[in-house]
Ligand binder design. Structure first.
Ligand code: 6R9
Length: 636
């Protein structure tokens, strides 16, 4: 296969060819797929500053024919999905490619029977069960644009997304179990839809068996609908640049934006990066622990593995339930050979007694992956030694919702894998480090803003309903480049080390939140006048959320009052975003450090939150320097 890299020499050759002759390189890679009609041009549009890249324009296809139909001749009885439920006492289930194909077709027919058409937006809010994968693919089969919302977001966060996407249909379930937690997802959706006029129908999958309210003329049970449909459903022919999905992600300003990926480029990038980074072989059992509600779940649980005809494990639960040995138990049980998880999960399991790992052989493992945030050296070594037993290469994969797939990473066992380094860029990826003024920093041993110099097939195409926003955020700050929002270092060997965000985005357990987004949720509390949120180093989560809050009635003078106010702040965040964005520390203050022009000096707040109070830098431009003293004295 043109696209498969197996040696270091092949990597260098592919890198060079993709940089010098991208049309030829990606045209060859694209030959491996099933097309209804081939492309007229491989690359087109204007990458930057317009942000209008196109890939494989003129081609038509359906991504599910590539994920499912094309495997039926040779892999019909191969496992496509292994489902491991939240509770280890419940039976796991398996779906072969033939069965998955049938279920996707049935779900597609149910959607069609309920009026969902090509181009319609479908919001999916479901537990991590096979029906979530099936629904997502069913949307793609009929050309509906899926927007999966992680089932941990609140009703109001769902409503924001449904309304922004003007979704006409929602698919959900009765409830979900995540570890010891239970979430009545259908009733969360009911609350959300009170303010969503565009939604005409809600399809409900029975999972927990909990009672739910079904709204007449809107809500339908999947098990009723599926009885009347065929097990085949023709795939709708899509243009290369038709939208495939919208995935909402946080930025440094405003509400979360709907990142749009399209059919052909995303497909090529998902398969290419999956196969090369993990060095996948036919008999691998692959497990990505991310939820399908995040981009990692989209590209590396669903599309990448299925495009490749691999077996993908889908896990409903959490790493620590019912014990911190769960991941390792599941690996042994299903003979997982490639394991892809997040540093935050590794750190939380590192904190448990080592016996939880030592109890399992983990001998099936071949490759380990990490994603979502920088992996610290201690976690890297623990993962390498205790999980990989010193014999599995670790791929530390740097990428973003906007990049569609992995950009900088070792190719397992082929390119260098060094602790705390993402490594070398994939073929097709041309990273640069920029100074603040936007000049390229040449040579090795350099640190700057990470940007990408040329288009790649998985690049974000637009932000839903607002192309100007995409242009301004990604393509305009440094004309000629895609701006990542991350800072990075290129070491002496030319390996990239990602340092972290340089904007007002914080990364909590690998999940992105804008500080402005959390502040506006906090400000919804009736007890709050103003707030400022910053990130601070957190042992398990990577970054924690530190909130400085000015109260409406002045500083509380007793513990009871203080607790009540803090409770109302947390409640506001849980209601407007979800439990996942709950502040770790709240400091009630009487003022915030502001410049004379009224700008909050976040630099100072960040330093205090980090505990670096001895060196706060210049505070003379502050309107009221005394505020800083109070804040330092009251640090949590
Ligand atoms: C895939 C994903 C993107 C942000 C990104 C960066 C951070 C992701 C990383 C990493 C260091 C890695 N990030 N992977 N930082 N090393 N291997 O996580 O997408 O949720 O959009 O987050 O996550 O800061 O800019 P997304």
């Amino acid at each position: 296969m043109a696209s498969r890299i197996r040696t270091l020499e092949e990597y260098h050759a592919a890198y060079q060819q993709a940089a010098e002759h991208p049309d030829m390189y990606w045209g060859n890679v694209a030959e491996e797929f099933t097309w209804r009609k081939k492309w007229d041009t491989v690359r087109g549009g204007e990458f930057s500053p317009a942000g209008t890249s196109t890939w494989f324009e003129g081609a038509t296809l359906n991504i599910t024919e590539n994920c499912l139909d094309r495997h039926l001749a040779t892999r019909a009885n191969k496992l496509a999905i292994i489902f491991e439920p939240n509770d280890p006492k419940d039976r796991h289930t398996r779906l072969t490619y033939r069965e998955l194909h049938e279920q996707v077709c049935q779900m597609a027919n149910v959607l069609l029977n309920n009026g969902v058409k090509k181009g319609d937006r479908v919001v999916i809010y479901m537990p991590m069960i096979p029906e979530l994968a099936v629904t997502t693919l069913a949307c793609a089969r009929i050309g509906a644009v899926h927007s999966v919302v992680f089932a941990g977001f609140s009703a109001s966060a769902i409503a924001d997304r449904v309304n922004d996407a003007e979704a006409s249909f929602v698919v959900t379930a009765d409830g979900l179990n995540r570890g010891a937690k239970q979430i009545p997802v259908k009733s969360v959706v009911d609350d959300a839809l009170l303010t969503c006029p565009s939604v005409r129908g809600v399809l409900v999958v029975e999972h927990t068996g909990w009672p739910v309210q079904m709204k007449e003329d809107r809500d339908i049970w999947f098990h009723d609908e599926v009885r009347n449909v065929a097990k085949a459903c023709p795939a709708v022919e899509m243009a290369a640049e038709d939208p495939l999905f919208i995935l909402y992600t946080s930025g440094s300003t405003g509400k979360p934006k709907g990142v749009v990926h399209t059919q052909a480029g995303y497909m090529v990038w998902a398969q290419y990066t999956f196969q090369n980074v993990f060095q996948v072989e036919e008999n691998d059992i692959y497990w990505c622990t991310a939820d399908i509600g995040w981009v990692t779940g989209h590209t590396y649980l669903l599309y990448g593995p299925l495009l490749s005809g691999s077996t993908s494990l889908l896990f409903e639960g959490v790493p620590t339930y019912p014990s911190p040995g769960r991941f390792w138990e599941v690996i042994d049980k299903h003979h997982v050979s490639i394991f892809y998880t997040a540093p935050t999960a590794i750190r939380s399991l590192m904190a448990a007694p080592l016996d939880h790992v030592l109890a399992y052989s983990l001998s099936s493992l071949r490759v380990l992956g990490s994603v979502g945030e920088p992996i610290n050296e201690e976690a890297w070594h623990w993962y390498h030694q205790h999980v990989g037993k010193g014999r599995c290469p670790i791929v530390d994969t740097w990428w973003q919702t906007e990049t569609g797939g992995i950009m900088i990473s070792a190719l397992a066992g082929i390119t260098p894998s060094v602790p705390a380094r993402a490594g070398l860029p994939l073929p097709g990826v041309q990273p640069v480090l920029l100074s603040q003024e936007g000049t390229e920093l040449e040579g090795n041993d350099q640190e700057g803003y990470l940007a990408i110099k040329a288009s790649w097939p998985g690049v974000i195409r637009t932000t839903w309903g607002d192309h100007e926003r995409a242009r301004q955020v990604y393509f305009q700050p440094y004309p000629g480049y895609y701006f990542t929002g991350d800072g990075a270092r290129r070491d002496e060997q030319g390996l990239y080390r990602i340092i972290g965000r340089v904007d007002d985005v914080i990364n909590v357990s690998g999940h992105r939140f804008g500080t402005a987004e959390i502040e506006s949720a906090i400000n919804e509390s009736p007890d709050v006048v103003e707030s400022a949120v910053v990130g601070y180093p957190h042992d398990v989560k990577g970054q924690g959320i530190y909130a400085y809050v000015i109260c409406r009635n002045g500083l509380p003078d007793n513990d009871l009052d203080r607790q009540r106010v803090e409770g109302s702040i947390i409640e506001a965040v849980v209601a407007h975003i979800g439990r996942i964005a709950k502040p770790d520390k709240i400091q009630l203050v009487s003022g915030l450090p502001k410049t004379r022009s009224g700008k909050i000096m976040r630099r100072i707040l960040r330093k205090v939150a980090e505990g670096e109070t001895s060196n706060l830098g210049d505070t003379t431009t502050l309107l009221d320097p005394l505020v800083v003293e109070e804040i330092v004295a009251g640090k949590k």
